[in-house]
Design a protein around this ligand. Structure first.
Ligand code: GTP
Length: 297
C-alpha cells in the first residue's frame, strides 16, 4: 500500500547551511546561482514528494535551521519530526563560524533519532566546500569526518563533501537515494543482462525527476570514476538551457569511436547506452530499448 512505500527523509542543519539550495537544485530544477534568492525556511517544508521506480515515494522534510525552529523540533514537535524517519541528512556549513553550536544541535537531533527512529540511516554533508581552497579540501574533510563519527556514536554515519557549484552534490545524493531503493540486486542483475544483450560498453539508469544515477552496468573499464555525477549535472544543465518541458525524451550522439543513446525507459527512469561496436545498428539498439521497457516498468 501507498503508505508502506513512502520513505521519510529529514534534511536538517543550521540556517544558511544550504539545505533549501540543494533541495531546489536536485528536486526542483533550480540553478545554483538562483539559490541566492531563496528565503529562509521557517519551521519545515515537507511538500517535496518524489516517485521512484514504480511505487516508491520519497517524502523530503526540509527543516529550517533557525535556533527557534530547532528548539521547537527538539521539544514540541519532537515526535512528529523524528518518528518514522528512514534517512537523516545533516548539512554542515564547511566555513561555519559556530562549529561547536552546529555540533551541539546535531547531537541533539541524533538523540531524538535514536529514540524515535533507531534504524534511520544518517548522512552528514560537509557543504559549501567550494569555499575551501582546493588543495586543503580532502584533508579538512577527513578530519571533520573523523570528528563527526566520534560525536555520532553509537550511530555509524556516512559523510560526503558537497557543493552546489560542482558535481559533488549529485555524487552524494546518488549515494543517498541508493539506500532507499529496494531490490537493488535484482535491478542490477536486470541491467547487467540488458547491457550484454545490447552489446553496450556501458548502460546507466537515471531517475527522471532528479537525474540521479540509480545503477549502472559496464562491460569495459572506465578511467573516470566521477563520470556519472558529471553526466547528471550536464544533462540537467542541458535541459535547463534548452528550456524543454521535462527531460529530453530521446537523443543519439555519434562520437568518433562510439554512439551514445539517451532515452526514456520507464515512467520514472531514463537510460544512457554507450556502444562502440560499429556492427550494432541504431535500429537494433532502439528495438532493444523498446523491448526492455516492459521488463523494467
Ligand atoms: P534555512 O532555510 O535558513 O535553514 O537555510 P538553508 O540551510 O536552507 O540555506 P539556503 O539553502 O537558503 O542557503 C543559504 C545561502 O548559501 C544561499 O545564499 C546559497 O546560495 C548559499 N549556498 C548554498 N549552497 C552553497 C554552496 O555549495 N556553496 C556556496 N558557496 N554557497 C552555497
Amino acid at each position: 500500500p501507498f503508505l508502506k512505500r513512502t520513505k521519510k527523509v529529514l534534511l536538517m542543519g543550521r540556517c544558511g547551511a544550504g539545505k533549501s539550495s540543494m533541495r531546489s537544485i536536485i528536486f526542483h530544477n533550480n540553478v545554483a546561482k538562483k539559490t541566492r534568492d531563496l528565503e529562509p525556511t521557517i519551521l519545515w517544508d515537507n511538500k517535496t514528494n518524489v516517485q521512484f521506480l514504480g511505487n516508491l515515494h520519497l517524502n523530503l522534510w526540509d527543516c529550517g535551521g533557525q535556533d527557534d525552529s530547532f528548539n521547537d523540533y527538539l521539544t514540541t514537535y519532537r515526535n512528529l519530526i523524528f518518528k518514522d524517519v528512514h534517512v537523516l541528512i545533516y548539512v554542515f556549513d564547511a566555513i561555519s563560524a559556530e562549529l561547536d553550536k552546529d555540533i551541539h544541535y546535531y547531537q541533539s537531533c541524533l538523540e531524538s533519532i535514536l529514540m524515535h527512529s533507531p534504524n534511520a540511516i544518517v548522512f552528514c554533508l560537509m557543504h559549501k566546500m567550494d569555499l575551501i581552497q582546493e588543495d586543503r579540501r580532502d584533508m579538512m574533510f577527513e578530519k571533520q569526518k573523523l570528528e563527526l563519527q566520534v560525536r555520532s556514536e553509537p550511530i555509524q554515519i556516512q559523510a560526503f563533501q558537497t557543493s552546489i557549484w560542482d558535481e559533488t552534490l549529485y555524487a552524494a545524493w546518488a549515494k543517498i537515494i541508493h539506500c532507499l531503493i529496494p531490490n537493488m540486486n535484482e535491478l542490477q542483475a536486470s541491467l547487467d543482462t540488458f547491457c550484454s544483450i545490447c552489446g553496450a560498453d556501458e548502460i546507466v539508469l537515471f531517475e527522471k525527476t532528479t537525474f540521479l544515477v540509480i545503477a549502472n552496468s559496464a562491460s569495459i573499464q572506465h578511467p573516470d570514476a566521477h563520470r556519472f555525477e558529471k553526466i547528471s549535472s550536464i544533462i540537467k544543465q542541458f535541459n535547463l538551457c534548452t528550456r524543454k518541458e521535462g527531460y529530453s525524451k530521446q537523443m543519439e550522439i555519434k562520437g568518433s569511436n562510439f554512439t551514445a543513446f539517451f532515452d526514456s525507459l520507464t515512467k520514472n527512469t531514463s537510460v544512457l547506452l554507450i556502444i562502440s561496436d560499429t556492427g550494432i545498428t541504431s535500429a537494433a539498439t532502439q528495438v532493444n530499448i523498446a523491448a526492455a521497457r516492459r521488463h523494467f516498468e
